[in-house]
Design a binder for this molecule. Structure first.
Ligand code: SAH
Ligand code: SF4
Ligand code: F3S
Length: 477
């Protein structure tokens, strides 16, 4: 048994201990941040349900409140401290246990602020100690002491943590943790540690289990999914790691992982976020092209269209390389669509640089663009750069980018009208209970009138109306 497995067995003992103390107890969990954090929260929920807790959406009913935090942009801090303040009242009234975890807890200045201004918080846990939550909770229940369980390491991979999934149609599967890229604006590598990939067999097993449970879609998650197993392969090459059990003999890359998941019966769609343009090798393009279940839809983060800015950002590609990559993928996979992430107003960004970003948006024609105003993060090189862009300029550029993005989306939406799209039916529409909602291969929302029994199946729909952020569809048979 590997040391990580021993640790998880150990945690199971704590789960048993806690379950003896819990009688009808409820937990509330609020997740901020990206899908990796959502997936972590699903594991926290899984552990808690094993410990006899059940979930409540109403924090006033809860015995335990968990906030799973993000720190990629600034506004998250204000939001968190606001929430922690609100919880104090409930703590006094209901003897609520308050636990705060996730990326922001890896930041020293946040730990200090919590200790000083919010001493009533019971558990502070980081991204590397999530699996130890049963132990932390057990200690609080037994001793009522305040616990800080945060370690600053490069990370370890733990398997077999119980999971309670929040989505019944689409299953998230984290394939790797951490990031090695150190883009100069980004805090993630500091709070999530270095890249480490899960073993192929563990990922395949999780996907097979999802298929058995009836899941139709799998979303593979990681900060840089197409560098899956890269560090491990490098270590094997250098003799620093031995593949004793042949774990990597069949699957040693992201492309091969896609191919293996594509073979799993029952799964109909495979998505992945996010790949990095610098690691988008030909084998990945070939795998997307040849695997019929892999959506022909790629989220390809651009960040800036200016080669000068990309260098300052440490992105390791130029504007031309990005555009060439898009062309190359389009040549191999003519139906492919793209979405992207863009940061506006990073330090040093001039009007000319910004125009290069507009130019790439104009040329590529993304289906969706996630736009962010640059937010300074303590401890990153970007925060120390001299020529920060004034707020009013950032906002003015953001508005111009938004206008172009919306015009381009309106154009590309027109092309959908009258086409037949394969749609995975996800459930009842939130805005109209008599309608169903689903997504196309290219992740566009389609709302349509059909029988509920179709939920969790893939059907053909004709796109008849364009409402900008969703389409109206009609059944064709
Ligand atoms: N690993 C992924 C995404 C990381 S975070 C990638 O490399 O694309 C998601 C997005 O948040 C990033 O793509 C980036 O556009 C944005 N982001 C990261 N740091 C930011 C910052 N300091 N200010 C504003 N946006 C930021
Ligand atoms: Fe952040 Fe860059 Fe890593 Fe993405 S690739 S998580 S933007 S450092
Ligand atoms: Fe935020 Fe952490 Fe994700 S910082 S974006 S929750 S990896």
């Amino acid at each position: 048994m590997e040391i990580e497995d021993v640790e998880i067995e150990n945690q199971k003992e704590f789960m048993k201990k806690v379950s003896k103390k819990t009688n009808n107890k409820k937990y509330f969990i609020l997740t901020m941040g990206c899908q990796l954090n959502e997936n972590d929260s699903e594991k926290l929920s899984g552990m808690l349900e094993k410990m006899g807790y059940s979930e409540t959406k109403d924090v006033r009913q809860a015995n335990l409140a968990i906030l799973n935090t993000c720190c990629v942009r600034e506004n998250a801090e204000e939001r968190l401290f606001g929430k922690v303040g609100e919880l104090k009242v409930l703590k006094e009234k209901n003897d609520l246990i308050i636990a705060i975890g996730g990326c922001m807890m890896q930041e020293k200045h946040i730990q200090e602020k919590l200790k000083k201004s919010y001493p009533y918080v019971d558990i502070i846990f980081g991204t590397h100690t999530l699996h130890k939550f049963p132990e932390d909770l057990c200690r609080v229940l037994e001793t009522r002491e305040k616990i800080k369980d945060v370690i600053d390491i490069n990370g370890t991979v733990y398997e077999n943590i119980p999971i309670k999934r929040s989505n019944k149609i689409s299953g998230s599967v984290t394939i790797m943790y951490g990031c090695n890229n150190f883009c100069t604006y980004c805090i993630v590598p500091y709070v999530r540690g270095r890249e480490r990939s899960r073993k192929p067999k563990d990922i395949i097993k999780e996907c097979e289990d999802l298929a058995k449970q009836g899941y139709k879609e799998i979303v593979l998650l990681g900060q840089n999914v197409n560098s899956y197993l890269k560090s491990e392969m490098e270590e094997i090459k250098q003799g620093k790691r031995i593949d004793e059990n042949g774990d990597y003999s069949q699957i040693d890359s992201f492309a091969k992982l896609l191919k293996a998941i594509n073979m799993i019966d029952g799964i109909e769609r495979i998505r992945f976020i996010s790949p990095h343009p610098k690691d988008f090798t030909d084998d990945v393009i070939e795998a997307i092209s040849s695997c019929e279940k892999v959506c022909k839809f790629i989220h390809l983060p651009l960040q800036s269209g200016s080669t000068r800015m990309l260098k300052i950002m440490n992105r390791k590609y130029t504007k031309e390389q990005y555009l060439d990559l898009v062309d190359k993928i389009r040549n191999k996979i003519p139906s492919v669509k793209f979405s992207t992430d863009i940061i506006v107003g990073f330090a040093e960004e001039s009007e000319e640089d910004f125009k290069e970003t507009l130019d790439v948006v104009q040329k590529v024609g993304f289906e969706q663009v996630y736009m962010f105003i640059y937010s300074r993060r303590v401890g990153t090189p970007g925060d120390k750069m001299k020529n920060q862009v004034p707020d009013d300029v950032k906002h003015e550029r953001f508005d111009r980018l938004k206008e172009l993005v919306e015009n381009k989306i309106a154009d590309s939406n027109k092309e959908y009208i009258g086409t037949i799209q394969k749609v995975l039916v996800e459930g009842i529409s939130k805005n109209n209970e008599s309608m169903l909602t689903g997504r196309t291969d290219s992740n566009k929302v389609v709302v349509f009138d059909a029988d509920k029994s179709l939920i969790n199946s893939v059907i053909d729909l004709k796109i008849v109306e364009d409402h900008m952020w969703y389409f109206k569809g009609e059944r064709i048979n």
